[in-house]
Design a protein around this ligand. Sequence first.
Ligand SMILES: [Zn+2]
Length: 119
Amino acid sequence: MSVIWSVAAALLAVRVYREYRAGLVVGLLVFSHCVLDFISHPIPFSSFSWRSWQWSFGHSLPPDLPLLFAGSPKVGLGLYNSISAVKATALELGMLVLGGVVYITYTVRCKRIRGAQLG
Ligand SMILES: [Zn+2]
């Protein structure tokens, strides 16, 4: 399903932006989300306890990402089954900061190039 969603998103982006590069970027973005989901799921956020700052279920959750449609075998490496809530939060915030740095670096460079072209 990851490949199907990625191709569908890429085709939609090409149609909206009328640019193949936009399709490639959006397609890769969707696929990377699926890869990260595969590593991290199942995510026990719904069983989080604010009082103990821990996953309150106390046992590993089974894989929850269907391979195709509902009823198909489920997958997921379950990263959050093996790390604490504090480590998971640090990881999530780290990924957010990393994404922000990549975005800001890219947009600043684009503006600089555009500024140089305008003279
Ligand atoms: Zn997801």
